[in-house]
Ligand binder design. Sequence first.
Ligand code: CFN
Length: 482
Amino acid sequence: MSTDLGSKQNLIDEMLEVYPDKARKDRSKHYEINDENLINCGKCSIKSNMKSRPGVMTVRGCAYAGSKGVVWGPIKDMVHISHGPVGCGQYSWGTRRNYATGTLGVDNFTAMQITSDFQEKDIVFGGDKKLEEICREIKEMFPLAKGISIQSECPVGLIGDDIEAVAKKMTAEIGIPIIPVRCEGFRGVSQSLGHHIANDAIRDFLMGRRELEECGPYDVSIIGDYNIGGDAWASRILLEEMGLRVIAQWSGDGSINELAIAHKSKLNLIHCFRSMNYMCTTMEREYGVPWMEYNFFGPTKTIESLRAIADRFDDHIRDNCEKMIEKYRIQMDAIIGKYRPRLEGKKVMLLIGGLRPRHTIGAYEDLGMEIVAAGYEFGHKDDYTRTFPDLKEGTIIYDDPSAYELEELAQKLDIDLMGAGVKEKYVYHKMGIPFRQMHSWDYSGPYHGFDGFKVFARDMDMTVNSPVWDLLKDPQRKAVSV
Ligand code: CFN
């Protein structure tokens, strides 16, 4: 082990020393330092997708978050019922910033919080009757809603309500698909199982159920882009400029029809592998639709991905692709020319869900920034094996780190920027560390595609180089008094 790797290991060991023996042993398995051997063989032994340690504060979400918040919530022409007590839907309301076109309350329901608002009597006597009533009310209030999903919260599973029976009965009665999703928060170890459960419900109730009137040779679907701050729009225009036809967006700004016709694609393009790989493998197995991963963060990765996508088609698409790369490269070079000198060498740490810690590496590197530590809230082994080769030797990689671990590392590594979520944000501000919300893009976005990179570069500069940090006397050491 080189001295650099050795000193990084000491840093991790020291940080974990505060834990009791068992916790220390357990948490140490969720750390790894990137070294050449790992990069070359693409293997890593980091433990992931395991239960968070009780008593150690995790930043993970739950299965309901993974299904309602992530996969189903963005389907705009369906009403999604947060079935159970009011809090799950209320406190997550609008926070993910998945944009959609349409008229709110008429043919777009994404920004609404619809809940069955469980009370004590519903827990004691069951909530099935109430659920039936809500379905009827939805049909009456929102006659243009194309479907309803029932997103179970914890108590629904605990008391054993039969939401499947209600869904079946009400589908027949009101004549639109009503889909029960068993995504009670207690299932699994993070939101990741919620993605899987949500994918299974799409498979069982909608996938392959409708036909596409006219199919074309360039039909593709965007899988796993949730249109955060307009990401899917910034991606779609590039695919269209290349000459492809996007027939479905799963699920950002998507519709129930798009879920039902995507199996007609010639190629499925998956951005978020973690949350929707199950759908790609299912469509491949059942309908023979090939799929490929792509990455639209930062010009280097976007160009690489565009070429790889074009290569799956013909010369016509390949020519279009090269023309557009030429056009956008001028714009991108100008952006890099403007911001790179202001960001060169800045050290970044990341903790995000299951995709972005690896997908955004290239975008930071395009700006000359260096990822010194990165990790996932709920990544699986297949995410980590994809991540190691993209990071530099000596990068610390962590899985499901606690708030304490992350704060310690941020100080010890003397970073210039932290990218994580809103729960973390204000702690870092108080520590004097510039911070970006890498889930919601901090009320900004899009960050995907060439349009997105312009916003990304501006936002990183605005944050890292804000004069506000100079007003703190001793940033990163003395917290501002609270
Ligand atoms: S938009 Fe996605 S890109 S879907 Fe997933 S794994 Fe979450 S909500 Mo937060 S930002 Fe994050 Fe990914 Fe895929 Fe978002 S990294 S944690 S569940 N995620």
